[in-house]
Structure formats: structure tokens, C-alpha cells
Write a protein that binds this ligand. Structure first.
Ligand code: FE2
Length: 436
């Protein structure tokens, strides 16, 4: 994203802060990023951090520039490193990064530190939300893992309210505060029995006492769109290398369940008629990120491992790097087909398996569904299963696809401008060497 719109957004009263500027940008003294942060801090806004895997002087520098929290800790040691530098640790438990139980020993060993810690999600998928719960699940999990119930509840209520400086209105049950309340049968089990929202009982004895608002009535500008310059064909997904090469060594984005951090892998791939092809046997598949917002025709191509598709292709607009169109495939023709179907439906997830096509349409900005929650979680499960039916062993392939190209989490990301190395915050060539 460019500097000017961020600077403008920082003047909006409803802007809370500048969220997660990548640490590498600051360590390399990127002038634009530093100016944005300076503007945020001088306007009294927050700088919640995103310090993935950094330590020592780099972490000192990140804190010194103004980062005041970090939700990226995956070990107790990382929690301690951040607390020592005044960065409040948010303990994350998301569907793609379920870290809470791993990091809890840090605060369990130092109960006085709990005053600085908060619970957070960093993305929970509809199935987990439906089946396990939201913040109530995280409170239960913390209690099950040795945190006193009152401390766990503070980490979900007053602590985040204080961090976001809204504790004058939210986060405690006290006179004059806005309070949506839950009544639980016991603090340790934390099973919610009654819910009060805006002073009205909306759930009583675990039954809804009100009807939920139905989706609809959204303004036209939030309707999902995939704007491509033209219909795509297999040739658009060809990865060309200099004439004469018959094998190339390439950089590969390695993905696995349970972590957002990708592995920087390498692989040798065959070149057929000047085009580098996916290698299904060795699980090196082609990945594309295509501009779907302006129809510029920009496309970034690279390779990934971990999805293990045996055939077909998947396209998705639920793709965190700017919610562009991301396509993963075993062959260029199916990738083009998956992209073209998305162009027709606007946004969502499309799975091409030979003649069969499964799709989950996300009708709002390519990310959201207006369908009822129960339907959304069922659709989410169905589309994940359709991807697994192509051979993918991952627990939630849709989430893995949403993170695979992200440029702010090491190691590699992919944008419509090409392969990006998050460690150095710069573009790199997917090809390391070519063999004639
Ligand atoms: Fe983050």
C-alpha cells in the first residue's frame, strides 16, 4: 500500500493506529514507513507490532520506534523477550496459528505479567468459530492450561480495553460503562448461558430470545468483483525462462499446518517449450497472484510446496495480500479456468477438478458472505473438502491459501508484482539458476 492513503487514514478520528508495520521495513530504515509511524504516534495513535521471529537489537529497534504490542509469539521465550522490551504480548489462538497453549508457560510462571497480556485470534475460521467458540473458547483453553479464571477473563476484557485506550467505555462491569454481558454457569467451564447486548437479553438458558438480523441491503460498492483485463488462458500462466534451458532451480514457498511462517525451499523443475511446469510428483506447484482490482493485467508467478494437489486448480479471493486473485494449480489450463470462473462470480473460492467445479461464492468484497453463520461454516467445510479431494492433506487449505502469499510473514510472499522475500523486504527472482 502506498504512503498517501495511509497518511490520510491516520487523520480519521476512528483510526485506532497503524497496525503491524513489518519489522524488516523499520530495521532497514525505510523512510516512508518511518514517516507513517511518526505521524501515527504524534497523532496519539497506537502501533501494534508484528515482530515475527526477531530478537536482540532488531527487537530493541522495533520497540524503540514505538511498537507497543506483538501477537506473533510462538514460544514462551519470545513472550519474555517482548515483555522485557515493553511490548505487550497478545497470546494468539487462531485456526492457522493455534499458539496459546505453547506460549502460556511464560505467563503461568510469572502471574504478575498477566496484567500486560491479552488473548487474541488473528483469524478464526467459520468452522472453528461455530464448533469451538470465539473468545469464550480461548478463555476455556487458558483455564484448562493452568490460568486462574479471573486472569483469563481479564486477558479477554479489561486488558485489551486498556491497550486500545477504550477502558473509559468498555472492558469492565462498572457504572457508566457500555457492557455487553455474558452469564456463565461456571468460570472454569465458561459455558455461556445468557447474553445481554446493549441492555437487552438476546440469549437466555442457551437459547436465542431474538431473531438475528438477516444479511442484505449492502451498498453496491461492496459487491465482489474480479476485474481482469481479458479472459485468461493457459498462456497467461506460463513461466518463461531463457531459451535453451531445460531445467531450472527455483525458490519455493513451503507451507505446513499449524504455522504461518513459510519455509524457504528450493526445487528443480522441468522446462517444456520454454515454460516451467508444476511438478506434481515432487509437490512443487505453480502459484499466481493476479490484480483483480484494476484490470491492469499484472500477474506474479512463483512456486509452492505443501498443498500436494494431484490434479486441477484452485482460485481464491480470500487472499490476505491485498485480497487479490490467487490461483494454485497443477497445470496452466486449469489455473486459467479457475481464474475465469472467479471473474464470473466476482469473489470466493473455486475448485476445478476436471469437468467438476465446486465453488463457494463470497458476495461481499471477495471476502465475506452474507449467508447465515450455520450456512457459512457448512460451506467453508465443503469447499475445504473439495480442495482436499484434489490430494491436499492440510487441515484447512482455504486458510493456508489465504496466508501463502502474504509478504509480511517470513519467508516468502507473492504479489502481482512478483516473489517477495519478507526477510529483506524486497523482490527476488523465483529462478535461482537455469541448466541447458
Ligand atoms: Fe501479524
Amino acid at each position: 500500500m502506498e504512503q498517501a492513503p495511509l497518511m490520510e487514514m491516520l487523520t480519521w478520528p476512528e483510526t485506532m493506529g497503524i497496525n503491524e508495520p513489518p519489522a524488516a521495513n523499520l530495521i532497514q530504515e525505510n523512510g516512508e514507513t518511518i514517516e507513517i509511524i511518526a505521524a501515527a504516534l504524534s497523532a496519539g495513535k497506537l502501533f501494534p507490532g508484528h515482530a515475527v521471529g526477531i530478537t536482540d537489537e532488531d527487537l530493541d529497534a522495533y520497540a524503540a520506534v514505538g511498537a507497543s504490542s506483538c501477537h506473533e509469539s510462538v514460544t514462551p521465550d519470545q513472550i519474555i523477550l517482548k515483555l522485557r522490551r515493553g511490548l505487550k504480548p497478545w497470546l494468539r489462538h487462531g485456526s492457522a496459528a493455534p499458539d496459546l497453549v505453547n506460549v502460556l508457560p511464560a505467563v503461568r510462571a510469572h502471574p504478575d505479567w498477566m496484567r500486560w497480556t491479552c488473548l487474541c485470534s488473528d483469524e478464526v475460521d467459520p468452522a472453528d468459530l461455530y464448533q469451538k467458540g470465539g473468545m469464550d473458547f480461548k478463555v476455556r483453553l487458558a483455564v484448562e492450561n493452568g490460568i486462574a479464571p479471573i486472569d483469563a477473563i481479564r486477558m479477554a476484557t479489561i486488558n485489551p480495553a486498556e491497550y486500545y485506550r477504550v477502558d473509559d467505555r468498555l472492558g469492565s462491569v462498572s457504572p457508566g460503562k457500555l457492557a455487553d454481558l455474558v452469564v456463565t454457569e461456571s468460570l472454569s467451564e465458561f459455558q455461556v448461558r445468557d447474553v445481554v447486548v446493549g441492555g437487552r437479553v438476546v440469549m437466555s438458558q442457551r437459547r436465542l430470545t431474538t431473531s438475528l438480523p438477516q444479511g442484505g441491503g449492502y451498498p453496491d460498492f461492496v459487491r465482489s468483483q474480479t476485474i481482469l483485463r481479458n479472459a485468461m488462458n493457459a498462456g497467461d500462466f506460463e513461466f518463461h525462462v531463457p531459451t535453451g534451458a531445460n531445467r531450472v532451480r527455483v525458490r519455493v514457498i513451503g507451507v505446513a499446518d499449524g504455522t504461518l511462517v513459510s519455509q524457504p525451499l528450493e526445487a528443480d523443475l522441468p522446462v517444456v517449450n520454454g515454460n516451467v511446469e508444476s511438478d506434481i510428483t515432487h509437490d512443487v506447484l505453480k502459484l499466481a497472484v493476479i490484480d483483480r482490482h484494476t484490470g491492469s493485467g499484472r500477474i506474479g508467478l512463483s512456486f509452492t510446496s505443501g498443498f500436494r494437489l494431484q490434479r486441477g486448480a484452485v482460485s481464491t479471493t480470500y487472499c490476505h495480500p491485498f485480497y487479490q486473485l490467487l490461483v494454485l494449480g497443477t497445470n496452466d489450463a486449469d489455473m486459467a479456468r479457475a481464474a475465469n470462473i472467479m471473474r464470473e462470480i466476482g469473489g470466493g473460492i473455486v475448485v476445478v477438478d476436471g469437468e467438476n467445479v465446486e465453488q463457494w461464492e463470497l458476495s461481499l468484497v471477495g471476502i465475506y458472505t452474507a449467508a447465515p453463520f450455520a450456512d457459512a461454516q457448512r460451506e467453508f467445510l465443503r469447499i475445504n473438502q473439495a480442495i482436499r479431494d484434489l490430494g491436499c492433506p492440510l487441515k484447512a487449505p482455504v486458510l493456508a491459501l489465504s496466508f501463502v502469499a502474504l509478504q509480511t510473514i517470513p519467508t516468502y510472499g507473492l504479489s502481482d508484482k512478483g516473489l517477495f522475500d519478507a526477510r529483506v523486504q524486497g523482490f527476488v527472482s523465483p529462478v535461482l539458476s537455469a541448466e541447458c
